[in-house]
Design a protein around this ligand. Sequence first.
Ligand code: 5GP
Ligand code: MG
Length: 176
Amino acid sequence: MSKKLVPVISQQEIADTVKRLAQELDRDYGDRAPVLVGVLKGCFIFLADLIRQMQTPIQSIELIRLSSYGSATESSGEVKVLVGLPESAIANQHVILIEDIVDTGLSTTTALQLLQAYNPASLKLCSLLDKPERRRVPVAIDYLGIIVPNLFIVGYGLDVNEQYRQLPAIYALEDE
Ligand code: 5GP
Ligand code: MG
């Protein structure tokens, strides 16, 4: 069956949201330069836009990669760390995990546990999107962009089988 792209979040709404999140981080971090840890691959566009709106100095940008959903749109429930990071990047640092979306919460929880084990001075979560209807494990999002309905969405870093990441806005992928 062919699919069509239905607009869900516009480029302007994304830009406004990224700016608001950057302002919230600036307000809370001041000159306590945080370490930003992005979860690949989905975060890469959000992270790039976010850091260019932030005034707060940044200690470092780190990237981790977790195993994603198989190839389809459903989570197997098991999350593996494919690419981690050195403990020295996290220990005693003010760390912010940067997510594209919190869906079931399984991958975010895995990432938070990984970072917490490295003894950060503080650990917060910033996610552009939240799909609370699908949650399987509770996750507290400290800096939240936009709550989305229970639709499979693509664009602005989010893919299906590696396609659509480059779209500048966010769309639901629906059967024609
Ligand atoms: P989790 O289910 O563990 O919270 O989310 C795992 C990952 O699945 C997210 O970081 C994101 O990369 C991907 N994901 C979750 N919901 C969607 C969605 O609606 N669309 C796309 N393209 N990816 C999603
Ligand atoms: Mg992700």
